[in-house]
Design a protein around this ligand. Structure first.
Ligand SMILES: Nc1ncnc2c1ncn2[C@@H]1O[C@H](COP(=O)(O)OP(=O)(O)OP(=O)(O)O)[C@@H](O)[C@H]1O
Length: 239
């Protein structure tokens, strides 16, 4: 495994009059919180890494390999969006099975992987249910099980805690930390809560106005009193 899971060099993205730029080097196995005000570019950063957004310029390397011209399905990445992760008309088992084969041609070992992944996220016995009968937190865990069966070394989570109550947030953070330890994956998650950083992150990337303002160990970030946008995020009154 290369030392760096993600390396973005001089990457720019253009939306009409807007220009975003990203440079970062994320070590393999890191748990990175991606924070910053609304519109800062967090989702765009994820889309660039996952291959849903082509950069106007620059170089995207994942696990040491150049991703130019590679579709999302060909990248070593799983992404879990905030919502719309599940197909309402498919059972929970089929929703997870899609992570193995989009046509759902699953042999017995593949079906076993689905069952194992659901048990791992605490949803054993939910296989035949439909997404509509699950709580928001349970649906997030189904999406996580689907990411697990894909076995991709980089996991991107767009606000995995947003729909959860405080107890569920803590439980989800614990589950993600365990999964990261077990799979040795590199995990990036978008959050608006310092508490999630304390629970799960060892690094923080803080974005502002279309760029990465800070990229540092979580402990350094959490003890900051400036710049003002970070002080505000951490709940300190800006100087
Ligand atoms: N497809 C698009 N077309 C035009 N502008 C876009 C597009 N996608 C994003 N933008 C703009 O790029 C900037 C960054 O957007 P992005 O969604 O990455 O921010 P964010 O940090 O994820 O915000 P939020 O926390 O509100 O989700 C915003 O100004 C947004 O309006």
């Amino acid at each position: 495994m290369p030392d760096l899971a993600i390396r973005l060099t001089d990457v720019t993205v253009r939306f009409e009059e807007k220009r975003l730029s990203f440079d970062c080097a994320i070590p393999a196995g890191a748990a990175v919180a991606v924070a910053g005000p609304s519109g800062a570019g967090k989702s765009t950063l994820f889309n660039v890494i996952a291959g849903f957004q082509a950069p106007a310029s620059g170089d995207v390397r994942l696990l040491g390999e150049d991703m130019a011209g590679r579709d999302p399905a060909e990248r070593p990445v799983s992404i879990i969006f905030q919502d719309n992760n599940l197909f309402a008309h498919l059972t929970i088992a089929d929703n997870v099975g899609l992570g193995i084969d989009p046509a759902l041609r699953l042999d017995a070992p593949a079906r076993q992987r689905v069952f194992t992944a659901l048990a791992r996220v605490g949803l054993g016995g939910y296989e035949r249910r439909l997404p509509g009968s699950l709580s928001g937190g349970e649906r997030q865990r189904v999406a996580l099980a689907r990411a697990l069966v894909r076995r991709r070394p980089i996991l991107l989570l767009d606000e995995p805690f947003a729909a959860l109550d405080p107890a569920m947030r803590a439980e989800m953070a614990k589950l993600l930390a365990e999964l990261r330890d077990e799979t040795k994956s590199t995990m990036l998650f978008i959050t608006h809560q310092p508490e999630d950083i304390r629970r799960l992150a060892n690094r923080v990337m803080f974005l502002e106005a279309g760029g990465i303002l800070l990229d540092e160990p979580a402990s350094d970030f959490l003890s900051r009193r400036e710049p003002p946008a970070v002080a505000k995020f951490l709940g300190h009154s800006a100087l």
